[in-house]
Design a protein around this ligand. Structure first.
Ligand SMILES: [Zn+2]
Length: 302
């Protein structure tokens, strides 16, 4: 079933290489593949390094990714060290000079958004996987709109013969996107003030967007797995702070969230943080599902 879903997503997102692509792109995460499909259309073919079932902090530099990054004209990634554990190693395996960081062929999407939780200093005792601010900014769809503008510029720069088409596609996408964001905000209005517990501190942009508060995380520090003592502490918080639900992504272990849900008598929901875990075939369907699931969780789950 998962394979079928993956295949249909691959077709929908254009991950299968068109014969006449003008740009070979390499996307670190599936939301950029989906955005490339919106703005680039048939001019761009994309290989995606991670999927909705993979933790984007930890991806294997497998041979198919090495060969894809070697022929890439454009690399698009969240940045802010989300991929620090694997992307530099992959890029050293023969990626072109024109796609190295700082070049037009490397789009570090974090440069286009307002980063949250930027630490004043990097202290390893605080966990060390978010040293440049929280890199999970795709959980706020407004950031997708910001990156879309920069992506359009890069595509036009790298492939000037199709610049007018990229700009036209961007204008069309941006109009539909802004309308969708407004609609989601209206639907999500009842979520304002909701308190939840998340597995990883990966939702601060969504929280900021919808007025949701995370009162704790299953991980005691980013990247550190839950311990029994920490879970007991969270159980206390559920009662004292009126927590409405627990969320985790498809690539996080469900045991600890399920345990906490049962003991705390609050609902738990698996909420993907990128496109393609379910029947969502594009960015519009992905954020629609995110809002639906949060509303369901607030309503008591199930
Ligand atoms: Zn993280």
């Amino acid at each position: 079933m998962k394979l079928l879903k993956y295949l249909s997503l691959a077709l929908a997102l254009g991950t299968c290489t068109p014969a006449f692509a003008d740009i070979n792109a390499f996307a670190c995460e599936p939301h950029w593949t989906a955005l490339l499909a919106e703005v680039g259309g048939g001019h761009v073919s994309v290989t995606t390094a991670s999927g909705a079932f993979n933790d984007p902090h930890f991806i294997q530099a497998r041979p198919s990714l090495i060969s894809a990054v070697r022929k890439a004209d454009l690399v698009v990634c969240n940045g802010a060290d989300l991929e620090v554990g694997w992307l530099p190693v992959l890029m050293q395996q023969g990626a072109r000079a024109s796609v190295q960081p700082g070049q037009p062929g490397f789009l570090d999407a974090s440069q286009s958004v307002q980063m949250l939780q930027v630490p004043a200093s990097v202290d390893r005792a605080q966990g060390d996987i978010h040293p440049y601010g929280n890199p999970h900014f795709q959980t706020d769809p407004r950031n997708i709109g910001l990156v879309a503008a920069e992506l359009t510029k890069r595509l036009a720069q790298l492939d000037p013969s199709n610049a007018a088409d990229y700009q036209k596609r961007y204008a069309d996408f941006k109009a539909r996107w802004d309308a969708a964001v407004t609609k989601w905000q209206q639907q999500a209005a009842p979520l304002k003030g909701m308190k939840l517990i998340a597995y990883h501190d990966g939702w601060v942009y969504m929280q900021n967007w919808l007025g949701i508060e995370a009162v704790g995380f299953l991980e005691p520090k980013p990247g550190i797995p839950p311990s029994p003592g920490h879970l007991s502490e969270l159980l206390g918080k559920i009662k004292s702070e009126g927590v409405k639900g627990i969320i985790y992504t498809p690539y996080e272990d469900e045991q600890a969230p399920e345990w906490l849900s049962e003991r705390g008598s609050i609902p738990v929901a698996q909420i993907p943080d990128t496109v393609g875990a379910d029947d969502d075939k594009d960015l519009f369907q992905f954020y629609g599902l995110m809002v639906d699931r949060l509303l369901k969780l607030q309503g008591g789950g199930k």
